[in-house]
Every structure is written in structure tokens, then in C-alpha cells.
Design a protein around this ligand. Sequence first.
Ligand code: MN
Length: 315
Amino acid sequence: MRLCRFGDSRLGLVEGRTVRDVTAALDVLPAYRYPLPGYDPLIANLGKVIARIGEVSSNAALLPLESLRLLSPVANPSKIVAAPVNYAAHLSEVASDSQLSAGNASHSMTIHQVGLFLKANSSLVGPGEGIALWHLERRNDHEVELAVVIGKRANNVSRKDALQYVAGYSIGLDISIRGQEDRSFRKSPDSYTVLGPWLVTADEIPDPGQLDLSITLNGETKQNSNTKYMTLGVAELIEMASSFYTLHPGDIISTGTPEGVSPIVPGDVIVATIEKIGSMEVKVRAAEEFGKRGQTALSTPTLEHAARSMREGTE
Ligand code: MN
């Protein structure tokens, strides 16, 4: 089953190029009061929602997919976990490219050494919202990644049991400003995590370790690999993450990007594709706020240094 969020947070059942508006199925969700739960209510109640979709879908309005503005299929994750350097060929390209590593020593370390990192929840958007770039004086890159959506509370889960905790899969984009700061800082501006185009429930993808994934930039293929080349597979990543913190329904694990990352600038169009999930087009623009704040931000020593380094190619 493929479930999307669209428009003003409506729920859609995707059937080919048509979407059934099954928002009515959300009436099975509990009414929450303060303090709100620390997990995503839709994903936490996914079984109930899917059962209700079965009851309401025959009366649902049919909408053409291309007419919809797609949002992130998960609205309220408690956290976005991301895997750094989880493809050996990407680790090699970072280590050998001074613009990518930016003199950051941690960029030549393996995922076993650096562990995982977190991205700000406020960075999350859907493909229809697009990417708004900050700090245009610095290099911003695309990274296509298989994204895992956790379906139930997971604490200290073994890799043997890990896939039972998966609600489904989506395409993730881990947009990244290159530089020396911590990954969580450089990869967390608003819109730097794109999730979409929909959630494919886990039953449709029994083996997430055999999926082609690719990205084109303005029609040109940049990344083209397969999840079988991941250093740590989905089950191992869930084991690793849940050994340090509890994963909650709706938590997202972005599983790392293969080689072929490249810079993006306003006006670019990205198409990201993962086998058994689908494709999503994402447009790149400049953040409106950048014009107002750019001069101030540029005056900080760190950014001046980074911009100078990029021009001179010294790190
Ligand atoms: Mn990444």
C-alpha cells in the first residue's frame, strides 16, 4: 500500500497515477491533548488507519497524482536519524575530494567509528514543497537515500528482529552544506530533509537491501547505485540506533548516500528514484530569508573561511 499526504495535510491512497482521498480514515486516530505524544500518531495507529481506509476508499474522491502538492508522508517524527558514509564508494569520494571533506577529519572515518547523527525535525518537507537553499556562497549537495519509517517502539532491537519494527519506506534526500561544522548543523536548515513521494508499507519491500536508487539533476544522472552496497544494512542500522536511543513510531532513518553527490543551485530540478517505491521531482530555489540575512551570516568568520576555502580549493 502506498500512502501519501498532500494539500493541507490530507491522506491519499496512491493507485498508479491516481490518488484516492481517504482523509476520512483519520477519524480512527485518538484525540490528543497536551502534552502531545512523542511519536507520530498516524504511524503509531497505521494498522487501524489502513483497516478504516478499506471501509472508506470506495467512496473516496479520485484525484490525478500530478495535480497534488505532496507533503512528507510522516508529519511528526520524534527524530530523524541519519547514517553518514554508509556506502564505501561515497566514503572514498569524500576522502579524495577536498571540497567534500572540507578538512573535516571525521569525513575519513567509517560509520562504525562515527556512529549516527540526528537532523532537526524542522528540516523535514515533502517533494511538493521543494528545497530552499541557505548559504548560497557555500557548496550545497544532493544526497539520495533509502528512508526507513519506524512502525513501533524499538529499544535495543537485534538485527535479527529489526525489520519487524519497520512501518514502511520512502525516498529521502539528505541535503547538505559542505564544511567543517557538525553534520547535524550543516544538514538541518529548513527543507534540507525531503521525504516522499509516499510511504510504501513494509509488506511490499521484504528485502530493503536489494533496491536500485538513483538521482538525476536537470536530467543528468548523478547517483546510481543499489542498497546492496550499504556498509550497514537497514536491520543493522536499526540495531545500532536502538542501542543508543529508543525509536518511536514515525521516526525516520535515512540510510546514507552512494557516490555521485554534486552541487545544487537555485533553479535546479532533482528527480530521485528508488526501486519498488517510485520517483519524486523536487525543485530547488533560494530561501527567501537568505536575501535578508545573507549579509549578516556572511560576516561570521566560519563562513568567510569556508567561502574562501571553496574558491581556493585548499581544503
Ligand atoms: Mn547523507
